[in-house]
Design a protein around this ligand. Structure first.
Ligand code: NAP
Length: 281
């Protein structure tokens, strides 16, 4: 069997098109602000991507580039000012922050109703309770891909590789919410291969190129590669050995073009949701 390749670009275009359609009819447009500390080229590229996404979706966009040496006080002041601005519905603070800054305090400062990337513990807590808060964009994007391709986690054995706050843990919760039976693996898991071979749905978010080899995948499994790693040539690659896994999996995401674009589209959708909750329409 050759896997069906899950096309994240097409799904992202569909989601963004729906957002665009909704914002076109709005008298007061949704607004997003990105706060970027430092000059990291990857973060700058990421920020440029958000600007483009917002333009495509009819979302007002503002960006705050703060020097690497910014003080905690000044960073909190910027976040506080954005919290108070009516034209801004979503705040995205690019992480990680330089070491001298207190990241926990910074994410706590983002008003939960503007926390469209779900980094504030208030929204992460809502996730645990199955509440109405924003869901983190990457795990939510994975769920959208599964739904788009008719993959229902209910009754399936789901294995998540990675336990970070941004991907692994929330992913496990979202799969559980959809009635999957979930195993979470990490760097101390003794026999990763054995765990992965039990998976009907395997989600890898370890950030280790080639970690998931063909022999670690059950025949017919759905394999979602969240990772975005750089290969030896500087190109983008995931955790999954694509060529070896494709003949065994039933569905498989490519890197690039899989989870990444859907993550970006979900962020736009969350910003629209925030605006609607703020009474814009
Ligand atoms: P992270 O914070 O570094 O977490 C990586 C997780 O993988 C950790 O829990 C770690 O275990 C586990 N791990 C590492 N090596 C392992 C191994 N050999 N076997 C089993 N588990 C292992 O990374 P992250 O922020 O979650 O991101 C993970 C990947 O997803 C990265 O490649 C990142 O670029 C990508 N990503 C993609 C998107 C997207 O939109 N597609 C969004 C966010 C992140 P320990 O906890 O034991 O250390």
């Amino acid at each position: 069997m050759a896997a069906i390749i899950m096309d994240g670009k097409t799904l992202a275009a569909k989601i963004k098109g729906q957002v665009r359609l909704r914002t076109e009819g709005m008298a007061r447009k949704p607004g997003m602000a990105v706060v970027l500390v430092g000059e990291d080229p990857a973060a700058l590229a990421y920020e440029a991507g958000k600007r483009k996404d917002c333009q495509e979706c009819g979302i007002y966009y503002d960006t705050f580039r703060l020097p690497r040496t910014v003080s905690q006080e000044d960073l909190l002041e910027v976040i506080g000012a954005l919290n108070g601005r009516e034209d801004i519905d979503g705040i995205l603070l690019l992480l990680p922050l330089p070491r001298h800054l207190n990241e926990r305090e910074a994410v706590l400062a983002i008003r939960p109703d503007k926390d469209v990337d779900c980094v504030n513990p208030a929204n992460l807590g809502q996730l645990l309770l199955g509440g109405e808060g924003f869901k983190p964009c990457t795990p939510a994007g994975v769920m959208r891909l599964l739904k788009e391709y008719g993959v229902d986690p209910a009754g399936k054995h789901c294995v998540v590789v990675g336990r970070s706050h941004v991907v692994g843990k929330p992913q496990a919760l979202l799969l559980l919410e959809e009635n999957g039976t979930v195993t979470v693996c990490h760097s101390k898991t003794p026999d990763l291969g054995a765990e992965c071979r039990r998976a009907d749905i395997l989600v890898s978010a370890a950030g280790r190129p080639g970690l998931i080899t063909g022999d670690m995948v059950k025949e017919g499994a759905v394999v979602i590669d969240v990772a975005m790693n750089l290969d030896a040539q500087g190109g983008l690659c995931g955790d999954v050995a694509f060529e070896a896994v494709a003949p065994k999996a039933s569905f498989l995401t490519p890197v690039p073009g899989g989870v990444g674009p859907v993550t970006r589209a979900v962020l736009m959708e969350n910003t629209l949701t925030a605006a609607l909750r703020h009474g814009k329409g």
